[in-house]
Write a protein that binds this ligand. Structure first.
Ligand SMILES: NC(=O)c1ccc[n+]([C@@H]2O[C@H](COP(=O)([O-])OP(=O)(O)OC[C@H]3O[C@@H](n4cnc5c(N)ncnc54)[C@H](OP(=O)(O)O)[C@@H]3O)[C@@H](O)[C@H]2O)c1
Length: 317
């Protein structure tokens, strides 16, 4: 009897981890880099948050493959500098810039601007990449900031994907839609509750979409980066878990390479060892419900929580 139980545990563990690792190995080592311009017979790509970090690396990689690119990003000095640099680096290519704030609730302003900038071109590669993290207890962060975070990370990707996916289907052109998600979505993330929730939304959305669009010849790819050295951390506030992650971060170019290797090959790309270890240990070995209970008991001892939780003067009745 005991031997059946051991054997059952072995097979459950084997089936949970080995096919996953095989897929990770295929994505990381079995897929050579592809030229996405050739693969999708495409002329244009659009990258959100394309002015810095991962987005800028995606822009550079796609431009090096000969694609013209629409860059949608905040109207700030980062965009001004990136605009000058990228045009100098790739003088033979065409770039269009849509300075916009993706944090608005209905997307009206930026969707109109994006549609105007792309009405005469076929965008066949859409990289939904813009996003940021807000740290602290959800109740202590203003609702406006929380919702801006939500709309940038989620709403913008949904609206842009709906628009460009329909354009691809209506024109019969093949294409690629990518999402920059995060391993933060694998687990409950107190002190950045909204961020991790928006990221797991992107992952589930992309994974569901990928099956629907196979017959339309539109590939969907969602990437879970291991820590990447970018402004993400400088904009995140002083949270020790994030500062530690930054110390072991890789350059943004690894995500651009992951996209070019994995497009059309896998749907979910868990990039780098940190993401893979997190997926195995925190999402496969340790049960999610159990992890949640541990988190609930342990958070009060966490240094970030102690430092960031705002202690209120309780109003007496
Ligand atoms: N870095 C990591 O370790 C890591 C790990 C997992 C996932 N990610 C995800 O990767 C994506 C890219 O982040 P990154 O690391 O490259 O950070 P980043 O350097 O800060 O880039 C974020 C980009 O998004 C833009 N952006 C932010 N808010 C915006 C808004 N409201 N409207 C329009 N554009 C906006 C930024 O514009 P400005 O530069 O003008 O602010 C910037 O171009 C994010 O979705 C992030 O969640 C990052």
């Amino acid at each position: 009897m005991l031997s059946y139980i051991y054997s059952a545990f072995f097979w459950i563990g084997f089936l949970a981890v080995v096919p996953y690792l095989a897929l990770v190995a295929y994505g990381a080592y079995g897929c050579p880099e592809q030229n996405l311009k050739t693969k999708y017979n495409a002329k244009w790509a659009l990258v959100t948050g394309g002015s810095s970090g991962i987005g800028a690396a995606i822009v550079r990689k796609l431009a090096s493959q000969g694609l013209n690119i629409v860059v949608a990003a905040l109207d700030d000095q980062t965009l001004v500098k990136f605009k000058a640099d990228i045009q100098k680096e790739f003088p033979s290519l065409e770039f269009r810039f849509v300075p916009c704030d993706l944090s608005t609730p209905d997307g009206q302003g930026y969707m109109d601007a994006v549609k105007k900038a792309t009405s005469d071109i076929d965008v066949q590669i859409l990289c939904n990449n813009a996003g940021f993290i807000t740290t602290g207890c959800f109740a202590d962060i203003t609702l406006g900031r929380n919702m801006a975070n939500y709309h940038t990370n989620v709403t913008a990707g949904v609206l842009l994907t709906h628009h460009f996916l329909n354009r691809m289907i209506d024109t019969g052109k093949s294409g690629l839609i990518t999402f920059t998600s995060s391993s933060a979505g694998f687990i409950p993330n107190p002190m950045s509750a909204l961020y991790s929730s928006t990221k797991i939304f992107l992952t589930t959305f992309a994974a569901s979409l990928a099956a629907e669009t196979v017959e339309d010849k539109v590939d969907v790819l969602v990437v879970h980066p291991s820590p990447i050295n970018s402004n993400f951390y400088s904009n995140a506030g002083k949270m020790s878990a994030l500062l530690s992650a930054q110390k072991i971060s890789s350059p943004p170019s690894v995500i651009a390479e992951t996209i070019c290797r994995n497009a059309g090959k896998v749907v979910v790309a868990d990039q780098g060892p940190i993401t893979v270890i997190m997926k195995i240990v925190l999402a496969k070995v340790l049960d999610w419900n159990v992890f949640t209970e541990i988190m609930k008991l342990a958070l009060r001892f966490n240094g970030d929580y102690k430092a960031m939780k705002v202690r209120r003067n309780i109003k007496s009745q």
